[in-house]
Structures are given as C-alpha cells and as structure tokens.
Design a protein around this ligand. Structure first.
Ligand SMILES: Nc1ncnc2c1ncn2[C@@H]1O[C@H](COP(=O)(O)OP(=O)(O)O)[C@@H](O)[C@H]1O
Ligand SMILES: [Mg+2]
Length: 263
C-alpha cells in the first residue's frame, strides 16, 4: 500500500512545487511507482513535470476526481520521462474550495480527496501531493488524505513565521480528521552557503524541529528554476547540477526513512 505525502506550507514560493516534482521524479527513477497529485489550481507541477507533452484532457483532472465521480485511474496521465503518473490540476480546481464550502458538501467535505486516493493506494508506492499556498479546504483535504507532511522551509527572514500557523493546522487536522498524520520531514530550501542568513536560518530550524529536519538541504540553484520551463525534472534537465545532487540526496533520505533496509 502506497504512502501519501503532502508537500505543504501555506507560504507561496518556498519550493513546494519544485520539491514535489523532483522528489516524485527521483522516487520514480529509483523504480518506485509514483503518482504526483497537483493540488494547486495554478497547475505549476502539472506543466513543470511535462504533462502537456502527453496532451492530457483538461476535463480529466484532479478537480473531476475531487468533486465529481471520476477515479484517479481514469484521470491520471502516464509519463515515460520521468516514469510516473500525474493527476493534473486545471484552473477549475480554484472553484473547488468554494463549492466544498457550500452546504451540500458540509458533511465529509474534508475527506473527499482521501476517499479517492485511498482507492488508488494499491497502484503506487508513493503518492506525492503538491499543496496550494493557502490553509483552506483544499489544504485540509490534502492533510486529511496524507499519511505525512513534508514541509519545505525557505532559508530567508521570517522562515519560521507562518510555520506556527501550519503546525496548528496540522494539529487541528490530527484532532478532527486524521489522528495518525505525522511530519515526514522539514526540508531547507534555497539555501545559500555564502550568506550568514542561510546558516542562521538553518540553525534556528534545526533547533526547533531537531531530527525532523533532513540532513540534506536544497541549495539555491538556477538550474532548478529553469527546469520547469523546459517541462523537465532536474534529473533530465541537468543531472550534474547541485540541485539534482541535492534532490537525489533527499530521495535517498526519504527511502531510508520509509523502507529501512529495503533498496
Ligand atoms: N532551490 C532553488 N533554487 C533556485 N530557485 C528555486 C529553488 N526552488 C524553487 N525555486 C524557484 O522559486 C520559485 C518558487 O518555487 P516553487 O517550487 O514554485 O514554490 P511554491 O510551490 O512553494 O510556491 C520558482 O520560480 C522556482 O523555480
Ligand atoms: Mg507551488
């Protein structure tokens, strides 16, 4: 049965999508069966991983899975490079938040994504959810569906600010809908070795989250920001880049943590 990991932080621009794409790709190259769920109406993960290359049908996206009777299997698209499935997001998803808030959905609305992903769990080893930059019902659905949360933290001023809010949302979801939700890990992103600030933020985050923080960190690397416009993960775009090495190290840590001893 596959593990569901939500990549979440309500702050925008911290590296959620970059991490979702490259973690998914890395796990896929490690021969794990992977589904990348784009759960942000902006669809950055969908485009960045190259779903447009296989010409997916815009009426078959995560929205139809969430709000209509579609299944993951009927709406996910398969990519050969990297070898994984993507459940694409279209702008339709932006309406889901409001629709779910209506009375019709009041009961059980936090479980809509969970029901659908649970039905697909046996088809995958890892299901990675790229969360939107908000703490609304979409995020609640992702956290209710997930086994764990991976939190990317950008190495900049006020990095820890806002995390308090995310942590209390996680606690609320644990209390109300998903008692076994755990923290998969905290990932330092856009680390700049040349700046004192990055080093200080790293120390602060490690002091606060202790062993929950991954040993590896993701450096600021221009190749990582270029890859999505080529619709490639970092492993196709520039395998020798520092960004590729860092995400390969993350994949290794995730595999070690989850599959102790298994290769
Ligand atoms: N390690 C990195 N080095 C350089 N640029 C990065 C890095 N990680 C992300 N970016 C860029 O920063 C921007 C925000 O990243 P993104 O992953 O889209 O964040 P989020 O999904 O949290 O909004 C994007 O333009 C992305 O290409
Ligand atoms: Mg994003």
């Amino acid at each position: 049965m596959g593990k569901i990991i939500a990549v979440a932080n309500q702050k925008g621009g911290v590296g959620k999508t970059t991490t979702s794409i490259n973690l998914s790709a890395g796990l896929a190259y490690a021969k794990r069966r992977v589904l990348l769920v784009d759960f942000d109406p902006q669809g950055n993960a969908t485009h960045g991983i190259g779903a447009d290359r296989v010409g997916y049908d815009h009426n078959h996206s995560v929205y139809e899975v969430l709000m209509e009777n579609d299944t993951v299997a009927s709406n996910a698209v398969h990519l050969d490079i990297p070898p994984l499935d993507v459940l694409p997001a279209t702008i339709n998803l932006s309406g889901a938040d409001v629709e779910m808030a209506s009375n019709e959905y009041e009961i059980g609305r936090e479980h809509l994504l969970k029901q659908k992903l649970d039905a697909a769990r046996n088809d995958y080893d890892y299901i990675i959810i790229d969360c939107p930059p908000s703490l609304g019902l979409l995020n609640t659905n992702a956290l209710t569906a997930a086994d764990s949360v991976m939190i990317p933290v950008q190495c900049e001023y006020f990095a820890l600010e806002g995390l308090t809010q995310l942590l209390s949302t996680i606690r609320l979801v644990q209390k109300l809908w998903n008692p076994t939700l755990s923290i998969e890990g905290v990932l330092l992103t856009m680390f700049d070795v040349r700046t004192k600030l990055s080093v200080e933020v790293q120390q602060e985050v490690r002091k606060y989250f202790k062993e929950k923080v991954y040993k590896c960190y993701i450096p600021r690397n221009v190749r990582l920001s270029e890859a999505p416009s080529r619709e490639e993960s970092i492993f196709e775009y520039e395998i020798r880049s520092e960004g590729a090495k860092a995400y390969a190290a993350l994949v290794k840590e995730v595999l070690t943590q989850n599959e102790k001893g298994v290769r």
